[in-house]
Design a protein around this ligand. Sequence first.
Ligand SMILES: Nc1ncnc2c1ncn2[C@@H]1O[C@H](COP(=O)(O)OP(=O)(O)OP(=O)(O)O)[C@@H](O)[C@H]1O
Ligand SMILES: O=P(O)(O)OC[C@H]1O[C@H](OP(=O)(O)O)[C@H](O)[C@@H]1O
Length: 182
Amino acid sequence: MNPAPVIAVVGPSGVGKDSVMAALAARDPRIRLVRRVITRRSEAGGEPFEGVSEEEFARRIAAGSFVLHWSAHGLRYGIPAAITDLRRDARAVLVNLSRSVLAEAEHAFGNFAVISLTARPELLAARLAARGREDEAQRTQRLSRAALSLPDGLSRVIEIDNSGSLDDTVDAILSQLQPERA
Ligand SMILES: Nc1ncnc2c1ncn2[C@@H]1O[C@H](COP(=O)(O)OP(=O)(O)OP(=O)(O)O)[C@@H](O)[C@H]1O
Ligand SMILES: O=P(O)(O)OC[C@H]1O[C@H](OP(=O)(O)O)[C@H](O)[C@@H]1O
């Protein structure tokens, strides 16, 4: 069987990427999530991730442990090579990516689609404040990247508005994914 598609979930900070990914995996156990490696304290909360030091992150790059890595918000993020195993027995593998690495990701994964989440601007600020993981200066810095556009040339981009309920968003995404390994 061909490897399952990798579906990048992208969009501005606070739009709901991690929430939508968790809700999709809860709805369909064959939708699998990638656990990212991040140079952030493991206790920070939010998504399940592996927190490592800068030194450990650099060691893993040198060892070829990542299929993709990038920097944003003063942090480093890596997608472990183990994503290849996840793709063997899944309907789709979801991964939270920076919009800045999408062209590289399409090249690396081949069978690749992008779910670009949007939400009304006032909701982004309110959701980040309610989540409480960052202080006000960090939230302002994150919101300043909200309008970053996607690169040209991606083969498959599905834009979904997450201004409403999570359930509505999950329904909208699943109806668009039906043709893929349903
Ligand atoms: N549809 C929704 N309705 C109401 N609240 C939502 C919805 N989606 C997400 N949220 C809330 O918004 C906050 C931000 O969501 P989440 O952490 O999933 O966003 P994110 O896009 O992953 O952000 P970041 O890139 O900063 O990690 C969370 O507190 C989450 O509970
Ligand atoms: O703004 P862009 O480059 O699209 O995304 C930058 C980074 O911000 C988010 O990280 P986090 O989940 O908030 O730590 C994304 O997942 C990405 O890693």
